[in-house]
Ligand binder design. Structure first.
Ligand SMILES: NC(=O)c1ccc[n+]([C@@H]2O[C@H](COP(=O)([O-])OP(=O)(O)OC[C@H]3O[C@@H](n4cnc5c(N)ncnc54)[C@H](OP(=O)(O)O)[C@@H]3O)[C@@H](O)[C@H]2O)c1
Length: 411
């Protein structure tokens, strides 16, 4: 930077001024002095693009850094690519864009020799991207997992606390502003899956895309599953997990019960939390707000400061690791059965035939029928699925078995 450049404000082109974009513009104005003290240059917004304001080509021309806070993939993809190719560093909070078009965007950034930063795209203000890329940049990470969607964590926490059903709790989350008018991407796991694709790419240096993340949401969760689980000392979370397994990697989003000693078990309400595990670091957990205009804007501003300070993380994909789909897990199994002697023995036999052992059981009679709820020890998912299919065919089993993953590990 020459002295003439240093005396001028750094021009930020802002694409999108909604919840995050407006908060970012305010925060940038408020913290401009601090940014100048840290980087030597005072930032200012030089142009804004919304549906009704601004023209992209002019904004690009008149900016040194582009901040994309529009959301969606079209036209965000075109604009971010154009900015990178024009030599502008880009900051984005757009998880879908990175999860679906990461290869193309990182390649464009590398070719142009400019930074593409995206801390706010995963768990908003929790500095997990920076931590994985920079602090653990050369660490052999074994596993990244966590609660990366605040809407579903709020819904599951409320269902467990109040005993209310899914639909009623979703409506309450919408009233309180924790769920959007269209909550589909949150509750079906797609939002968490996009974040896990990004974290897997960073942690394993492998080009993981959204379509490779297996994903299950929370729409089917029943209040009685949460009530029984409480008796077994379990709490339910929608978890994202990216881990090394059998020479490849497994990247998944699924509802999962945790025992009380697990570091993610106490994370309640709209908070997020992410854990990183590696032999060299043991285990690190970070938690905080995973959304919110100001909180997300704060992460975006942190990225802008890093760019102005000239810190450059390396975006590299070094290996293409195969995706492993059949992994081991422990499970919660909920069965409605005839209340007759010998039923539990029949079920235990089927589980035994599939080499699955039972950790704990709760049984409740209700007239002619009984509920049988159990946790089974870790086994291959395919083996568990075969056992569940066989149990579902037993004459004394009255409805389709329900099951949910469990993490047995305690810390
Ligand atoms: N909200 C959060 O808490 C949060 C948390 C983490 C990450 N993020 C991410 O941050 C990004 C922005 O989210 P947000 O909640 O701020 O969204 P938002 O409130 O819907 O704002 C989007 C902004 O982008 C503009 N825009 C959208 N499509 C456009 C188009 N085709 N052409 C021109 N302008 C367009 C909108 O213009 P108009 O004003 O004219 O409609 C609006 O100003 C998303 O990628 C989101 O996933 C958000």
């Amino acid at each position: 930077m020459n002295s003439e450049e240093a005396s001028k404000p750094v021009r930020i082109g802002l694409l999108g001024r909604g919840t995050v974009g407006a908060a970012f513009a305010d925060l940038l104005a408020e913290r401009a002095g601090a940014v100048e003290a840290a980087t030597g240059r005072r930032p200012e917004v030089s142009g804004v693009l919304t549906r009704s304001e601004g023209e992209f080509a002019a904004i690009l021309e008149n900016s040194e850094v582009v901040v994309e806070l529009m959301g969606g993939t079209d036209p965000a993809r075109e604009h971010v690519l154009a900015a990178l190719r024009a030599g502008r560093p880009v900051v984005t909070a757009n998880k879908q864009l990175l999860a679906q078009h990461g290869d193309e965007l990182f390649a464009a950034a590398r070719e142009a020799g400019v930074q593409l930063r995206f801390e706010a795209a995963v768990a908003a203000v929790i500095p997990i991207v920076r931590t994985i890329q920079e602090s653990f940049g050369v660490t052999e990470i074994a596993k990244v997992f966590g609660i990366v969607n605040g809407t579903t964590n709020f819904i599951l926490s409320e269902m467990a606390a109040t005993g209310a059903g899914y639909e009623q709790t979703l409506a309450r989350a919408q009233q309180l502003g924790y769920a959007e008018a269209d909550p589909t991407e949150d509750v079906n796991g797609a939002d968490a899956a996009a974040k896990m694709a990004i974290l897997a790419r960073l942690a394993f240096h492998s080009p993981v895309t959204l379509s490779e993340v297996s994903c299950q949401g929370i729409e089917e969760i029943q209040p009685d599953d949460l009530a029984y689980a409480k008796e077994l000392g379990l709490s339910l979370k929608l978890l994202g997990a990216a881990e090394r397994r059998d020479g490849g990697i497994s990247v998944r989003v699924f509802p999962c019960f945790l025992y009380a000693g697990h570091p993610l078990a106490p994370i309640e309400g709209p908070f997020n939390a992410v854990m990183v595990e590696a032999p060299a670091i043991t285990e690190v957990t970070m938690s905080g707000p995973g959304a919110g205009g100001l909180q997300t804007a704060s992460a975006v501003l942190g990225d802008v400061v890093s760019i102005l300070a000239g810190e450059a993380p390396v975006h590299e994909t070094r290996v293409e690791l195969p995706i492993v789909s059949d992994v081991t897990s422990s499970f919660y199994l909920h069965l409605e059965v005839a209340d007759r002697p010998g039923v539990l023995a029949q079920i235990a036999t089927v589980l035994g035939d599939h080499e699955i052992s039972v950790k704990s059981v709760v049984q409740r009679g209700s007239g002619e029928e009984a509920r049988l709820v159990m946790v089974v020890h870790e086994c291959l998912e395919s083996r568990f699925a075969a056992a569940v299919e066989a149990i579902g065919k037993l004459g004394d089993v009255r409805s389709a078995p329900r099951f949910i993953h469990v993490i047995e590990e305690e810390f």
